[in-house]
Design a protein around this ligand. Structure first.
Ligand code: HEC
Length: 141
């Protein structure tokens, strides 16, 4: 076989494998894009409000953000807090948190965003297991 024909066969095979593997990763089960919880339009709107009002200047999600206010990762599922509790801060503000004058729809959106974040995991992850060989098993929701 001629050298150029051989090069062509090898190159097309590699390109074929590359395309097939890319499709497998992109569409395959178990990739982060297919297993991540679906974000509703309301939650997306809430995320936008969260960003536009710079809530993260004072609050954290998964421990990241400003430290004047508390972490809000699990504010919805926390048995001592929850949706009504979180909403009351949005209704009235407190001395150390401004009142934002959100509409009911905007408050719903923020609560939907918090519920979405809450469904992704725990922070701090007190359910993590530490094994003797130095590895940590993180618990996911
Ligand atoms: C200037 C800082 C500041 C900003 C900006 C701010 N907050 Fe707060 N927030 C606080 C503080 C401080 C508290 C705790 C107040 C308390 O418990 O007395 C709080 C409490 C909360 C709580 C109750 C949480 C809990 O676990 O007790 C929620 C929910 C909340 N804020 C949502 C928001 C949202 C949504 C925004 C953006 C629209 C926002 N905050 C912007 C300072 C802020």
């Amino acid at each position: 076989m001629k050298n150029s024909t051989w090069n062509f066969i090898v190159l097309s095979t590699l390109i074929g494998i590359f395309i097939a593997y890319s499709c497998y990763l992109y569409f395959g089960k178990g990739t982060s894009s297919s297993s991540a919880p679906h974000m509703s339009n309301l939650a997306i709107e809430g995320e936008q409000i969260w960003q536009n009002n710079n809530c993260t200047a004072c609050h954290q999600l998964y421990g990241l953000g400003g430290y004047l206010g508390p972490d809000l990762t699990n504010v919805i599922s926390n048995p001592q807090k929850g949706e009504i509790y979180a909403r009351s801060f949005l209704n009235s503000g407190v001395k150390s948190m401004p009142k934002f004058d959100f509409t009911e729809q905007e408050k719903d959106a923020l609560i939907a965003f918090f519920a979405h974040v809450d469904a992704t995991g725990y922070y701090p992850n007190q359910y993590a297991e530490f094994s003797k060989d130095g590895w940590v098993k993180i618990k996911y929701k």
